[in-house]
Design a protein around this ligand. Sequence first.
Ligand code: NIG
Ligand code: FE
Length: 415
Amino acid sequence: MSGAGARVADLLVTNVGTLVSPAAIGPQTGTTFGALVVHPDVEFACIDGEIAHIGACGSWRHGAMRELDAQGHAVVPGLVDPHTHVVWAGDRLDDFEAKLRGDDYETILARGGGIRHTMRCTSAASEDDLVSLALPRLAAMRRGGATTVECKSGYGLGPDDELRQLRAIARLGASQSLALWPTLLFHVPPTDARAREEYVRHACEVLVPLVARERLAVGIDVFVEREAFGVDEARTLALAARAHGLHDLHLHVDQFHAIGGVELGVELGALSVDHLEASGPAQVQALAASDMVGVVLPGVTWHLGLPAAPVRAFVDAGAIVAIGTDCNPGSSPLFGMATAMALATRLYRLSPAEALVACTANAAAALRLPLAGRVESGLPSDFCILRSRDWRDLPYTLGDDVIAQVVTARETMAS
Ligand code: NIG
Ligand code: FE
């Protein structure tokens, strides 16, 4: 359980009651889905943003620039949030009240509210505004245990507005220590048929090449739904993205209707298909037979009152399942991954160990980050210290208060 380290550590974390990590590298399925390694009573040393040594208390002999006393509490990997829309302006409080009076999400969207309202507000905001609005949201995500966060654009009325969101995400990535993974999201098209065709054409010929050239995103996402993009439009956008080197494909699918999004993901070799609330047996089988990660979003089920995605069926069929917050103003005003994990255990009947893997190693697989989401020698030193010696208090507690301290790999490096 120890790696060699021949120099003074940047950080030594002492007095760890239990150090808990997914047992194996890569996405976990089937019987290994909930497999954890649990090291009792250890300390670990961090060098150059990696864990250089895990051993019994007092076993690190090379000194440390800084020490952090975990006070006998549990340490888990930094959580990975694989699906957020953290850059937005305006609010959806009127929609919220309308929803409580009985209007549903799709009806609000169809009459020009919902996502379209947020697109208008976000497109009117400056890049500086978007950065200022998103910073406290990222701070809340961090308090909820996230050290790696995927961030989508998607609230632009036009291409320039999408670019502004992606530039804001780039600035956010440089100005705080969470690792951000930007995605260009095609969210909802213009309502007019001609404008819609022109939007897709311009996206393929101008926006995608520009985003790829300026490295503003590592992949794309398309909302495949009756009120959003159809399967053929999504395929056109995904193929254009791939032609320009944006290979990582995520798809919002089966949120309200299973219109072929999972099947498109299989056809195109998507990295993840997200939502899945309306998935049926055919989609369960298709996901299980693929390498795609199924990202489920418990905040959406709680906030919109949608049926829960059939997660137990996915797991039992052998699919890769990850959990995200889907942090956004309309369908999931949820910031903390710890809370998402806690909700997921109840909604989907996941064991605490399965939920932890779904929020760490499997969520990292949804972002093609095979080294993230584990605390082991040689891996990035992103971790959370809990307020409890028993790590199961993390999925047990409703809320993020169970997390005492979040440390990112960047912060463990000597300054
Ligand atoms: O993942 N449903 C599509 N997109 C987001 C919601 C965005 C919004 O309502 O502002 C989602 O649920
Ligand atoms: Fe989403």
